[in-house]
Write a protein that binds this ligand. Structure first.
Ligand code: XMP
Length: 319
């Protein structure tokens, strides 16, 4: 029987004891887990922490800027922001296979992280936002052969390769507890309640080739959809909601002209752990309004569909 306030103090003491006067590096993704980890570790050891945000240019609209302003300006945390959009897009050129996208992004992410760690003179510890379900999952992986549906990219190989010890203050927590801890640490709701976002970002929400132009189109459609969800007060009732930009063009009519543009699919699911998921049953009027706004406001999209597939047999992401 403990409170989050006590947990916070206990963890701060533990982190101080573990780290001593060593240096810690933390990879920020913009997600809840790494953000809460960074803020907690910073509270414990201040400037001994440096955060590295490898920005692959595949984030949702406005999120990279939010990460930089929260960490640098609000919390005064030392933050290296690496704008690596060009490098990621160059490597994704011509790539259409989902697993090839994931592997390239994961590998490049680690390479850049290592380069940046070297530039700042290395560190003794790596702080990671590992949660209790991650701990359990990596144990159960040892249980026997399983089929790899998707090779989720994470920074699992980093600590061994870089010869650093791990600081993992969230290892005992579930997602909802991490959110409580974030609130306890005074983090804004927009971070604490944020829907999960895959490491490879928008690259796996653009079936087919990923280009800057398609990323920009998808970011706009996704932002309209999320804005409507927030305005309807539904954001926190949904596990994940996002738009997918399909590699299909269809004919439409706009004013008195013919259009021939891309199709966008909307996805929204409820879930407790992402392992299984149910579609979110929006009112048809809500979806019709989102579709109208997207087609009117986002050049390059002239048709919108809603994905009614649960998981299983579908997966949450399209790739
Ligand atoms: P799926 O699509 O497998 O997604 O039903 C389950 C959950 O995992 C997220 N996801 C990923 N997360 N790297 C990640 O870090 C990935 O490659 C990846 N693929 C899927 C997905 O957003 C959902 O929350």
């Amino acid at each position: 029987d403990w409170t989050m306030a006590e947990f916070r103090q206990t963890k701060i003491a533990e982190i101080r004891k573990q780290v001593g006067d060593g240096r810690v590096i933390c990879g920020l993704s913009g997600g809840v887990d790494s953000s809460v980890t960074a803020v907690l570790v910073h509270e414990a050891i201040g400037d001994q922490l440096t955060c590295v945000f490898v920005d692959h240019g595949l984030m949702r609209q406005g999120e990279a800027e939010q990460v930089v302003s929260l960490f640098r300006e609000h919390y005064g945390i030392k933050l290296v922001h690496v704008n690596a959009e060009d490098r990621f897009l160059a490597g994704l050129k011509g790539v259409t296979d989902p697993e090839t996208k994931r592997k390239f992004i994961g590998k490049t992410f680690i390479e850049i992280f290592e380069e940046e760690a070297k530039k700042i003179g290395g560190a003794d510890f790596l702080a990671q936002g590992t949660l209790y379900p991650d701990v359990i999952e990596s144990v159960s992986f040892l249980g026997g052969p399983s089929v790899t549906i998707k090779s989720h990219h994470n920074v699992g190989g980093l600590p061994e390769r870089m010869n650093m010890k791990l600081v993992e203050p969230l290892r005992e927590l579930f997602k909802d507890e991490v959110r409580d801890l974030g609130r306890e640490l005074g983090m804004p709701d927009i971070f604490v309640d944020r829907h999960p976002f895959p490491g490879p970002g928008l690259a796996i929400r653009i079936p087919g080739e990923v280009t800057k132009e398609r990323c920009d189109i998808l970011r706009k459609a996704d932002a309209v959809y999320l804005e409507e969800i927030r305005n309807a007060g539904l954001y926190n009732a949904i596990w994940q909601a996002f738009a997918v930009l399909l590699p299909v063009r269809t004919v439409g009519v706009m004013g008195d002209g013919r259009t021939y543009d891309s199709v966008c699919a909307l996805r929204a699911v409820t879930s407790t752990d992402g392992m299984t998921a149910e579609i979110y049953p929006f009112q048809p009027e809500f979806l019709a309004n989102v579709a109208t706004r997207i087609v009117n406001e986002v050049r390059g999209i002239n048709r919108v569909t809603y994905d009614f597939t649960s998981k299983p047999p579908g997966t949450i992401e399209w790739e």
